[in-house]
Ligand binder design. Structure first.
Ligand code: COA
Length: 148
């Protein structure tokens, strides 16, 4: 696997990220287009690629804001779940944040997204506050945070 990072170029998402469209469910509604629209400013994407066919296996879209980062979106390819890919990506991201003297990382998660909640808790995130009726389906978002 190759770890890649892109800061400026939305075109990197044109190949190898199509599987994102297939994950759509009540708690995840990102598309290649919305990811592309998010790149190009200060936001950047950290992702693992397959050595051979440049297929992205997992990514984190990160938004830096002063001394904090926000994980805006993250996902692992549906064929590669529960193989440690996101654990490794998050670990890389947190090491990078530490090098840049970032104090904390925040994210929001749908309160019924059990796998993501389990994942975040296992990786050191704690619930910081609830954003009531945050999602279109009326569900709450849990804002989670980890100190660096
Ligand atoms: C959440 C997600 C990113 C985890 O990625 P992953 O690469 O499978 O995670 P890892 O293999 O690194 O970590 C596994 C850990 O995550 C949690 N986890 C992952 N899938 C889980 C599931 N289906 N049920 C419960 N816990 C789960 C567990 O804590 C697990 O540890 P365990 O294997 O010891 O039980 C992945 O499920 C995903 O892409 N979901 C769809 C997109 C999404 O919901 N993104 C988050 C939006 S806020």
């Amino acid at each position: 696997m190759k770890l890649l990072m892109s800061t400026q170029n939305p075109k990197i998402l044109e190949q190898g990220f199509e599987w994102i469209e297939a994950i759509k469910d009540f708690s995840f509604n990102w598309s290649v287009k919305t990811l592309q629209d998010s790149l190009g400013g200060s936001q950047f994407i950290l992702y693992f690629c397959n050595q051979t066919d440049e297929q992205a296996l997992g990514y984190i879209l990160i938004s830096p804001f002063l001394e904090h980062w926000e994980f805006l979106s993250l996902a692992t390819h549906p064929n590669y779940l529960k193989q440690g890919i996101m654990t490794e990506l998050v670990s890389h991201a947190l090491q990078m944040a530490k090098r840049e003297s970032i104090k904390a990382v925040f994210l929001e998660v749908h309160e019924q997204n059990g796998p993501a909640l389990d994942f975040y808790k296992k990786n050191g995130f704690v619930i910081n506050r609830t954003r009531f009726k945050y999602y279109l389906d009326g569900a709450n978002a849990l804002e989670m945070k980890t100190q660096i």
